[in-house]
Design a protein around this ligand. Structure first.
Ligand code: FEO
Length: 392
């Protein structure tokens, strides 16, 4: 397989994983992904930035061999996670002179994961540089984007930022660059929602740090390269800084139809009140789509029947996930039905301590909804619309 030239002496040597459908057995990948590695040739030294998922190491080696590469001097490990550092052992075996460059925290993690021996690792401080001759790499520490050890690498002369997972997208494509910005935006937003959103405050700081650099290309470790850096920088700026929007995210499940009747009525009432609703039936939904919708929503309304005194397990999972992802959401409410009793509201409220939200009075009823229950749902819709006043 051939390396793909970005410019003279700079190549993409990664692997596209068209078939992968889950990451960490947690995150759905409807569009596959890629593991991007980059080769940088200076007049004196050669560096490889990141490697690939070990299962695809043969593709990385095939591309490196096609270049007739004799020597790698440095392997830049921006991030210890195995989809980027997992092929380090084979690279170090094939290039016995190569040294791994990483942050001190990353060194510890590489040792813990058995990915490199101590004697082969050189740690670098924030802002440190490494000369390849006529090219210079600068290392920018970016802890918690999204692990504690991560760093970004900036190629000074060519003004290329290699930010590893930061700005990445799970998108398998033959395009080296983002050509369809609609598709690129959706894939990057899904990636942000699932991976980066829990670290939104830290992302804000790192975004500021990155914006101090003059950047011609952003070349992440997943998905296509951004040759219009402002496209992804502006998107991130919106996701981490903007006020939430006039949107209700409504994940629900219904066992015998009562909760569905309530949800359908509430959706209509919210629409009447000028509120956009994103509805997710948790029996069939792609949890990634739900995560994307949480990026912008001002309110989450959870809809659940009562199962063995608590919420339906799928709803518990969705609430747990929303809590872990820490979206900008400001308000939460709960709607649903029970047969003979239960503590669903207390249970769900207890599952979302990370969400700094105001709880709007839930509407939880006995059996099928009746006229007064529909009135309560109308009031809930009006109350949400009132709280959303002023939001876009
Ligand atoms: Fe793509 Fe955090 O690994």
């Amino acid at each position: 397989m051939k390396a793909r030239k970005i410019k003279a002496g700079i190549y993409w040597v990664g692997a596209v994983d068209w078939d992968r459908r889950m990451f960490d057995d947690l995150i759905p990948l409807p569009d596959g992904t890629s593991y991007n590695a980059y080769l940088i040739q200076g007049s004196e030294k050669t560096a490889l930035i990141d490697t690939v998922e070990p299962e695809m190491s043969h593709i990385l080696f095939s591309r490196l061999n096609q270049l007739g590469l004799e020597r790698i001097d440095y392997v830049i490990a921006n991030h210890a996670e195995q989809d980027h550092s997992g092929t380090l052992p084979q690279i170090l075996a094939q290039h016995p002179q190569a040294q791994v460059i990483c942050t001190p925290k990353c060194k510890t993690m590489l040792l813990d994961l058995g990915l490199a021996p101590e004697g082969r690792i050189l740690t670098v401080d924030d802002g440190a540089t490494l000369s390849l001759g006529d090219r210079t790499l600068e290392f920018i520490h970016a802890p918690w984007v999204h692990w504690p050890e991560t760093m970004l690498t900036y190629l000074q002369e060519d003004k290329i930022l290699f930010p590893c997972d930061f700005f990445g997208s799970h998108l398998a494509t033959t395009d080296l660059y983002v050509t369809d910005e609609g598709l690129g935006y959706e894939a990057a937003k899904r990636y942000y929602a699932e991976i980066m959103m829990p670290f939104r405050r830290i992302i804000q700081k790192n975004l500021k740090k990155v914006q101090e650099y003059e950047i011609s290309l952003i070349a992440p470790s997943h998905g296509p390269i951004y040759d219009r850096p402002d496209f992804i920088l502006d998107a991130y700026h919106d996701w981490v800084y903007s006020e939430p929007k006039n949107i209700v995210v409504l994940p629900y499940i219904s066992m015998h139809g009562s909760t569905r009747e309530m949800v359908e009525h509430l959706v209509d009432a919210l629409i009447e009140n000028g509120v956009t609703v994103k509805l997710f039936n948790l029996a069939v939904t792609d949890i990634g789509e739900l995560a994307i919708s949480l990026v912008d929503a001002a309110t989450i309304v959870i809809g659940s029947p009562t199962v063995l005194t608590g919420a339906h397990p799928n709803v518990v999972y969705a609430a747990y996930l929303a809590n872990a992802l820490r979206p900008k959401t400001k308000f939460v409410s709960i709607v649903g039905s029970y047969g003979w009793g239960g503590k669903m509201v207390q249970q769900l409220a207890g599952l979302i301590p990370n969400l700094k939200v105001e709880i709007i009075d839930p509407v939880v009823i006995k059996g099928r909804p009746k006229a007064e229950d529909f009135e309560s749902l109308d009031k809930l819709a009006s109350s949400i619309a009132e709280k959303h006043k002023g939001l876009e």
